[in-house]
Design a protein around this ligand. Structure first.
Ligand code: NAD
Length: 438
C-alpha cells in the first residue's frame, strides 16, 4: 500500500486555509473559529472509555470531561492496576460524578482495551505507548467508536499502514477521529502558518526543527518482574513500544514542517547514536538524531533531537523563505523590507481545544478525521529513525512499504519481547551501516 504524499495534507490545508480565511475576514484572528467550534448546542450524554491511564491518558480524559455538554468517563483499561487506580482517583477528585466507573468497568491487562471499547461507550481515548496504537485504533473503529488517540500512532511501517486502513474505515462510517498533535489547534501556530502559506516569507527554501532537551524519566527494573513487565513499565526505551524519542517527541516538530510544506518528505538521511544516556535503564534507543529530510520540490528540512542533560535546549520550528524568516513556534515573522509580524494574542490551551473540537464534531455531526495526518507525521519521524539507525538514505516509499514489524509475537506477561538483555542487562543497540532498520 502506498500513501499519496500530498493528498491528505493538501486537503487538510485547503480546509484550514478556508477556515482561517473566513476567520481573518471576520476580524483578523483565528480565535473566533475555535470559539465557534465549542458553541454547538449540547446533545445527549457522551460515554467515554479511557485506554492507557498514565499521565497523558489522565490529561486527555480530563479534557474530554471538560468539553461542553454531558460527558461521563464510564470505562477504563490499563495494563497495570496501580496505574488505573491512581488515574481514577485523580480524575474523580477533579470531575466528581462525571467519573462513573464501577468495578465491573475497570479492566486490567493486555486484553483490557477490548473490554473497555466493548463497554457501551461512544468515544474511546487511546493513550498507551504508541506500539499498541494500530491494534487499539483498528479495534475501536471496527467497534464503531469515535476516537481520540495520542500521537505517535504507530512505531513501524506495518503499523502505519494499519492505521491508514482503519482511518478509511472510520471515514466511511462517519466516525470522528482526533489525534494528539495539538499544535493544529493552537491559535498561534494556526495563524503563523497561515501567514507563511499566504506568502509572508516568500517561497520556502529551508526548514529547521528541534526537540533538544535533557530527556525523560526512567523506570528501574524491580524484583520479580518478567522481562515483558519490565519493558512495559520502562517503555520509553524500547522501540517496539516507543519508536525512539525521534518518534515519540520530535514528531510534533516534524508534523509542523509537513504542515508548512503541505507535503511529506520523499527521503531522509542522517546520523545518530547514544553517547551519554547509555545505562542499562536506557534500553536500546539513541540519545541524539540529526536528520536531513528532502521534500519533492528539493526543499530541505534539517532536524535535530537530543536527550542529553546539560546541553542546549530548544523545542521549536523555523522556516527560511526567499523573502524572510519565521520562528513558527514563537509566532514571529520577519519579512524583507522591515515587514515584521508577531503573535500577540492569548494562546488557549490546545490540549483542551483539540477535545472541544472533536466533541463538537461528534455532537454536531460535521466531518473530523485527523488519523491520516497523524499517520503521516508519525511516518515522517519513523523515516528519520530508519535513516539514523541504518546510516542509509531512505525513501518515503521504502519506509512506508517496509515489512519490518517491531511487534512481539504475542502479548502476555511471560511472553518474549522482541529484544532481550545480555547477562549484564544490556540490549543490542542499532548500529549504522549494519542494522537493518527498514
Ligand atoms: N500530545 C502530547 O503532547 C503528549 C504528551 C505526553 C504524552 N503523549 C503520548 O501519550 C502516550 C502515553 O504517554 P504517557 O506520558 O501518558 O505515558 P505513561 O507511561 O504515563 O502512560 C501510559 C499508560 O499506558 C498503560 N499501558 C501500556 N500498555 C498498555 C496496554 N497494552 N493496554 C492498556 N494500557 C497500557 C501503562 O501502564 C500506562 O499507565 C504516548 O503515546 C505519548 O507519546 C502525548
Amino acid at each position: 500500500m502506498r500513501i499519496s504524499r500530498r493528498s491528505f495534507l493538501r486537503t487538510s490545508l485547503k480546509t484550514s486555509l478556508k477556515t482561517s480565511l473566513a476567520a481573518s475576514l471576520a476580524g483578523g484572528s483565528l480565535l473566533p473559529r475555535l470559539a465557534r467550534a465549542q458553541s454547538g448546542s449540547p446533545k445527549d450524554l457522551l460515554r467515554v472509555a479511557l485506554v492507557g491511564c498514565g499521565g497523558r491518558g489522565s490529561g486527555a480524559a480530563s479534557q474530554a470531561l471538560a468539553t461542553r455538554g454531558e460527558v461521563q468517563l464510564v470505562a477504563v483499561a490499563d495494563a497495570f492496576s496501580d496505574r488505573l487506580d491512581s488515574c481514577l482517583e485523580h480524575l474523580a477528585a477533579i470531575h466528581g460524578e462525571r467519573v462513573a466507573v464501577p468495578e465491573e468497568r475497570k479492566f486490567v491487562g493486555f486484553d483490557a482495551y477490548r473490554q473497555a471499547i466493548d463497554a457501551d461507550v461512544d468515544v474511546v481515548i487511546l493513550a498507551t505507548p504508541p506500539g499498541f496504537r494500530p491494534l487499539h485504533f483498528e479495534y475501536a473503529v471496527n467497534a464503531g467508536r469515535h476516537v481520540f488517540m495520542e500521537k505517535p500512532v504507530a512505531v513501524d511501517g506495518p503499523g502505519i499502514r494499519r492505521v491508514l486502513a482503519a482511518a478509511e474505515v472510520a471515514r466511511s462510517r462517519d466516525l470522528k477521529i482526533g489525534v494528539g498533535l495539538q499544535r493544529h489547534h493552537d491559535a498561534r501556530y494556526l495563524e503563523t502558518i497561515e501567514r507563511i502559506r499566504q506568502g509572508a516569507i516568500g517561497e520556502i527554501v529551508l526548514l529547521r526543527a528541534y526537540w533538544d532537551s535533557g530527556g525523560v524519566w526512567t523506570r528501574p527494573r524491580e524484583a520479580g518482574q518478567t522481562e515483558m513487565e519490565y519493558q512495559m513499565r520502562n517503555w520509553y526505551y524500547f522501540n517496539w513500544l516507543c519508536g525512539d524519542h525521534i518518534v515519540e517527541q520530535h514528531i510534533h516538530n516534524l508534523d509542523v514542517c509537513n504542515w508548512v510544506m503541505g507535503a511529506t518528505p520523499v527521503s531522509a538521511q542522517g546520523q545518530g547514536g547514544r553517547q551519554v544516556r547509555s545505562g542499562i535503564e536506557h534500553g536500546e534507543i539513541f540519545d541524539h538524531h540529526a536528520v536531513e529530510f528532502t521534500y519533492a520540490n528539493g526543499t530541505k528540512l534539517m532536524s535535530q533531537c537530543r536527550h542529553i542533560p546539560g546541553t542546549w535546549t530548544s523545542v521549536s520550528e523555523h522556516a527560511s523563505g526567499s523573502e524572510g524568516t519565521a520562528n513558527i513556534s514563537a509566532g514571529r515573522i520577519e519579512g524583507r523590507g522591515g515587514w515584521n509580524w508577531r503573535w500577540r494574542g492569548d494562546v488557549p490551551d490546545a490540549y483542551q481545544v483539540e477535545h472541544d473540537v472533536l466533541f463538537a464534531a461528534i455532537r454536531e455531526g460535521h466531518e473530523h478525521n485527523e488519523a491520516r495526518r497523524g499517520a503521516e507525521a508519525t511516518m515522517t519521524a519513523i523515516l528519520g529513525r530508519m535513516a539514523t539507525y541504518s546510516g542509509q538514505q531512505v525513501s518515503w516509499n521504502d519506509a512506508l512499504g517496509s515489512e519490518l514489524s517491531l511487534s512481539p509475537e504475542s502479548y502476555a506477561w511471560d511472553a518474549a519481547p522482541p529484544t532481550s538483555p545480555d547477562a549484564e542487562g544490556r540490549y543490542p543497540i542499532p548500529m549504522p551501516g549494519v542494522t537493518r532498520a527498514f
